[in-house]
Write a protein that binds this ligand. Sequence first.
Ligand code: MG
Length: 401
Amino acid sequence: MTAAALIVAAGRGTRAGQSPLLRDGPKQYAPLAGRPALTRAMSTYLATPGITSLTVVIHPDDRALYDACVPDDARIRPPVPGGATRQDSVRLGLEALASSEPDVVLIHDAARPLVTRDIVARVLAALSTHRGAIAAEPLADTLKRDAGGGLIGTTLPRAGLWKAQTPQGFRFGDILAAHQRAASDPGAPEFTDDAAIAEWAGIEVALVPGSARNFKITTAEDMTMAEQLLASSPGALEPRTGTGFDVHAFCEGDHVWLAGVRIPHERGLSAHSDADAPLHALTDALLGAIADGDIGQHFPPSDPAWKGAPSRLFLEDAARRIAALGGRIVNVDVTILCEAPRIGPHRDAMRRSIASILGIQVSRVGVKASTTERLGFTGRKEGIAALASATVMVPSDASAE
Ligand code: MG
C-alpha cells in the first residue's frame, strides 16, 4: 500500500500573529522549542512506518521559508502552491498527487505540529478496513449555546460528540473525486474539514483516537503551551555545562601555541602534543559537559600518534561527540593565566580560531587573560595555565556512554 502524506501549510496564521514568537511570519514556520513547527510535523510523518511520500501545500509567498525548514528526505515531493481557501489548497495538493496515484492519503494541518507517530499510524491502520478515518477526541467539556448578551441559552447534550483533528485519511481516488465534485458544485455547503467533504460524498469515515497533545495552534497562548509541552518531553534540548583546566611548563623554544594561534616567544611549551593549554582546557570543558571522559582518555599521551599533534584535532573531536548526541555548543569561555607572552594583542585571533574549529559564531567565544600577581608557577614564569568552561544544549535523554 502506498500512503501519501499531504500537509496543508498555506494559511497566513493571522490569529496567532500577535505573539512575539511569531514576528518572523506565519506560525507554521515559527520556531517551536528550537525547530520550525512545520519541520516537526514533517519529521513525525517521515518517521512513521508506511508513509511513502510527503507533500506540503504552501502559500506562494512562503517558498523561501519552506526551503529553509524542509528536512532532507527523498520521499519529500516538491511543494504545491495553495489556493484562496483551505479547501482549495487541499484539492490542489490532491491534484498534484494524482500522477503518482497513492493508494491512500493522510491530510494534515500544519497548525497541529505536535501530532505523534502513534496517531498517524492509527489513522493509517484504520484505512485498511475503512474508506476514511480521522483522528478525533471525545468531547470532555459541556457545550453551551450563547443566547446573546453573554448569557446561556441552552445546554447541548455532549454524548457522542468528538472533536475532529488531523490526520484525516482516505482512499486517494475517493477524496480527490469528492473534492473535485465539491469545487464544481455551486450548491455544495461550506466544509470545515476533509471528513465533512467525504461525508457529503457518501464516504463512511471512522473515528480513531487522537490525543489532547495534537491540538491546533491558533493563538499565542497555544504556541506557549506547545513550547512548554515540548520542553518537558523526553529528548527536549537541555543546557549542560563543563569545565576544564590545563597546565604546560615552559621549555627551550621560540614560540608557543595558544588557542590555535602561533605566538612568537622567548620560550616554548613542553608537551607530547603542541602544548596548547587553552585548547586542552576547552576540550575537557566540552567533554565534561557531555560527561564523556577527558582528553587524556581519548588521546593518551603514551600514544605516539599524538606526538606533536595540533590540538585543534582534540577540540574537533569533542565537537563531533557533541554533534553525534544531537547537541550543539551554546558558548565557550577560556581564561589564560601567565605573565608572558601578552595575550591582549592575540585575543581576537584566538576567538576566531576557536570559533572556526568549533563551527560556532565568534560572539559565542570568550578569551580572557590574567596574571597571578607574580605568585606561584605562573608568576615565576615556569609555565602557562588555562581554565575553560562550555555550555552545550543536548537532548535530555542523550548519553555518551
Ligand atoms: Mg595539556
